[in-house]
Design a protein around this ligand. Structure first.
Ligand code: ADP
Ligand code: ADP
Ligand code: MG
Length: 629
């Protein structure tokens, strides 16, 4: 077994790898950028090495810096985690050339699966069914268009170098094809430096089913069953589970068998995932499931597989990288129970899922379920990296039980003032169709309105805040004003109404204290009363006490960049008339795209943004002059 391991990653996955390494007695080395100097993965590792400035391309993405860190700390092996350098065949080769152990597949396997067109060609040859389509040998727009017409609409245009849900366009009709092709190529060139595309039949009622595979350096390959990752937003996974609902033994045998064949075809060593797309219009069927791509690394959602198989996949990775054979044979592996994972993001579903940054003044993940996280209370969410802050994993003897526990866990999430998607996730998991196993990739987009919670507190939350204010030590906690001025109609006799004036954002109300304790949790924080309810956080203050969380924004028509990012598209010109809610520009920050919308009807009076431009936090991007009604 290797004795020391450098983890070329950050956040929850770095912490996850450290946990297993420590249990196995392997010394761990963290690397960190400026922004991560005090991060949890640095605190948890045995040793840590600074690798440069905060932007990933100046630190976590620089292979030479990672190698220098390994040399300086005497690390024997490098685990890349996911994202960053994990699927970079050139980096893997450099690690091997430096006589270090690469915890991952051979560079040749990464390369073979790196481009979607080449991978599909290889899979065709290996007898693995692939999504019907055109692999793009001739990239002329006319030929691509003719192929799309021949496949029949809807089709999906995909960047061959794509990943992370980017570089994909669904085309519903021939007339839209050329526009979609151009925009797909533009995005692919900007994101991946390669604008080649392929065309696929758009599968109806698509379900994302993937299979965990594992190979060792002795020629063994096994699968660890399937996961269903159909709950996606913008082609990115949000909730994953294992096994897949409605999976029968015949389909499982077909898809898991195809996955093993795919891994064998590229001589696979280590952890990998074969992603398939299934046409679930008549349930899962062995002949309606096709290879989509392979991810040659550990996947974000690996915990659900660990939970149903009782295995530690990071331990398997370290054993395999050390030259040991796979810990178990295929016949020794079995599915026990059900597992669900929800990705907790620092983002605000009530504001277009805008990433949310800042200090985690309050951070409590409820329940007794497994939570894989890279942060603790008091830590900072910086704007530089992926906004995923934790994965909540629930298990149960049945799917129903796992869902109940996941919903309960999500509803108990308490995070403030950073915003999270906990309430959104809880609603998705509690949805009756989800419970019934009626999942496909259109689930979230088609239900988005009912899944996004209101940003204003419900009545019960106002009442809870009022009760909590009354019960708390006003004089002590709310020093900024005479507490009794907040109480109106206060009378000493027991059955009188007790009223308290409260403020939430720009909304001030006079609330009658409820006789029965409403549901939820309230905690005082300085002069703020926080109420946590069903995954959301609401901050209340007494009127006149300054502060006042929330609100703000574009009420005066100036749209500032909410965080450092890159302008990727500008949809308006100076002088344009715009309608309330109209898209003004798209900003990319923390790997997510965010649209800035017109706050009201008006005219673009100032425009300081061009596509491709890097902007800092607080930059005035657009000013809208309100129209006289
Ligand atoms: P990425 O590399 O970005 O992960 P994938 O090829 O894995 O790209 O596709 C991402 C998602 O897009 C899938 O999980 C699925 O939801 C959707 N998708 C991909 N191909 C198809 C298809 N042919 N038909 C319908 N949906 C698809
Ligand atoms: P897929 O590419 O099919 O969506 P995953 O679900 O495993 O596969 O997602 C992996 C992606 O998640 C990475 O490629 C990366 O874009 C993103 N990601 C999430 N958290 C992190 C992180 N802490 N560091 C790097 N990448 C991350
Ligand atoms: Mg994928």
């Amino acid at each position: 077994m290797i004795r020391s391991l450098l983890i070329a990653n950050r956040g929850e996955i770095a912490c996850r790898i450290i946990r297993t390494a420590r249990r196995l007695g392997v010394r761990t080395v963290a690397v960190y950028s400026d922004a991560d100097a005090k991060a949890l993965h640095v605190r948890e590792a045995d040793d840590a090495f600074h690798i440069g400035p905060s932007p990933a391309r100046e630190s976590y993405l620089v292979g030479e810096k990672i190698l220098a860190a390994a040399r300086a700390t005497g690390a024997e092996a490098i685990h890349p985690g996911y994202g960053f350098l994990s699927e970079n065949a050139g980096f893997a080769q450099t690690v091997i050339d430096a006589r270090l152990v690469w915890v991952g597949p051979k560079p040749s396997s990464i390369r073979a699966m790196g481009l979607k067109d080449a991978a599909k060609k290889l899979m065709d040859a290996a007898g693995v069914p692939t999504t019907p389509g055109y692999l793009g040998e001739d990239q002329s727009p006319e030929r691509l268009h003719a192929e799309a017409d021949a496949i029949g609409y809807p089709v999906l245009i995909k960047a061959v170098a794509g990943g992370g849900g980017k570089g994909m366009r669904r085309v519903n009709a021939s007339a839209e094809f050329q526009d979609m092709l151009q925009s797909c190529k533009r995005e692919a060139a900007a994101s991946f430096g390669d604008d080649r595309v392929l065309i696929e039949k758009y599968i109806l009622r698509p379900r994302h089913i993937e299979v965990q595979v594992f190979g060792d350096s002795h020629g063994n390959v096994v699968h660890l069953f399937e996961r269903d990752c159909s709950l996606q937003r913008r082609h990115q996974k949000v909730i994953e589970e294992a096994p897949a609902p409605g999976m029968d033994e015949a389909t499982r045998a077909a898809v898991c068998g195809a996955a093993v064949k795919a891994a064998q075809a590229v001589d696979y060593v280590g952890a990998g995932t074969i992603e398939f797309i299934a046409d679930a219009s008549e349930g899962l069927k062995p002949d309606r499931i096709w290879f989509m791509e392979m991810n040659t690394r550990l996947q974000v959602e690996h915990p659900v597989t660990e939970e149903i198989t009782g295995q530690d996949l990071v331990e398997w990775q370290l054993r395999v990288a050390s030259g040991e054979p796979l810990p178990l044979r295929q016949d020794d592996l079995a599915i026990r129970g059900w597992a669900m994972e929800a990705r907790l993001y620092a983002e605000d579903p009530t504001h277009e899922f805008l990433p949310s940054t800042g200090r985690l003044d309050h951070f409590v993940l409820g329940g007794r379920m497994r939570a894989d996280t890279g942060v603790e209370e008091g830590d900072q969410i910086s704007p530089y990296y992926d906004p995923m802050i934790a994965k909540l994993i629930a298990t149960g003897g049945s799917r129903e039980e796992a869902i109940d526990r996941l919903v309960a866990t999500l509803e108990q999430v308490e995070v403030w003032p950073v915003k999270t998607n906990a309430a959104f996730l809880a609603r998705a998991a509690a949805d009756p169709d989800f419970r019934a196993g009626e999942v496909d990739t259109a689930f979230i987009p088609s239900k988005i309105d009912s899944l996004v919670p209101d940003s204003a507190p419900p009545e019960g939350v106002w009442a809870l805040a009022a009760n909590a204010m009354l019960a708390s030590d006003f004089g002590g906690r709310f020093e900024t004003l005479d507490p009794w001025t907040a109480l109106q109609g206060f009378r000493a006799n027991a059955d009188a109404d007790l009223r308290v004036s409260l403020r939430h954002g720009h909304d001030t109300r006079s609330i009658v204290a409820a006789e029965q304790e409403p549901e939820g949790v309230a905690t005082a924080h300085g002069d703020t009363m926080l109420v946590f309810s069903e995954g959301q956080a609401f901050a209340f203050t007494l009127p006149g006490s300054g502060g006042g969380a929330g609100g703000g924004g574009a009420s005066d028509g100036t749209l500032l960049s909410p965080m450092p990012g890159r302008v990727i598209a500008v949809d308006v010109r100076q002088g344009d008339r715009v309608a309330k809610g109209q898209k003004l520009l798209t900003l990319e920050a923390m790997k997510m795209e965010h649209s800035l919308l017109a706050p009201f009807n008006g005219q673009v009076s100032e425009l300081n943004a061009t596509a491709g431009e890097q902007v800092t936090e607080g930059t005035l991007l657009v000013r809208i002059e309100k129209a006289e009604d």
